[in-house]
Design a protein around this ligand. Sequence first.
Ligand code: URA
Length: 211
Amino acid sequence: MSDPHLTIVDHPLVQHKLTIMRDKETPTAVFRQLLREISQLLAYEVTRNLAMTTKQIDTPMQVMDAPTLDGKKLALISILRAGNGLLDGVLELIPSARVGFVGLYRDEETLQPVQYYFKVPDAMEDRLVIAVDPMLATGNSSVAAIDLLKEAGATNIRFLCLLAAPEGVARMKEAHPDVPIVTASLDERLNELGYIMPGLGDAGDRMFGTK
Ligand code: URA
């Protein structure tokens, strides 16, 4: 994609799985399994251009300087609670990653995000940080979560989501132009309740079977 701030992963497997996830008849177990699979395909894209170095190894045939990831292990940050659905799949692909959690709820009077949990790995300033949340809707909680990660020292942050609304992308771009977004789809709009349209409904409810 030409916009360095937003990458839409239009791979056929991603789009096929996403269509099944959007379908309201898709049961919870299938939704969860597809989210796990799709998160690995998205992780492939969000980890493109990771810093590399080489190390000398012995193959059974000869010594070689082989490519390996450079720097400290990356940090995956789940924005609770729906972020955990993306986290599981990404962790399967990058099992040595460090993991953190940001919990935010929306104050019903001020409509502003309020922090209720924050635990992240040490040395955030030295890590590539990938924040995961399936739905980039208004962008309020994503912007607040990235604010907290920057306060904790992170300077190299990427944001991974399943669906994004134009309103959320614009809000993130304004507040955090240095944070690239990777998503499977840029949907049409938000409705009056802040849901992504056509979307897939409440991602947390769909993955955990709550209402
Ligand atoms: N969060 C969701 O789970 N779904 C939306 O459509 C918007 C925010």
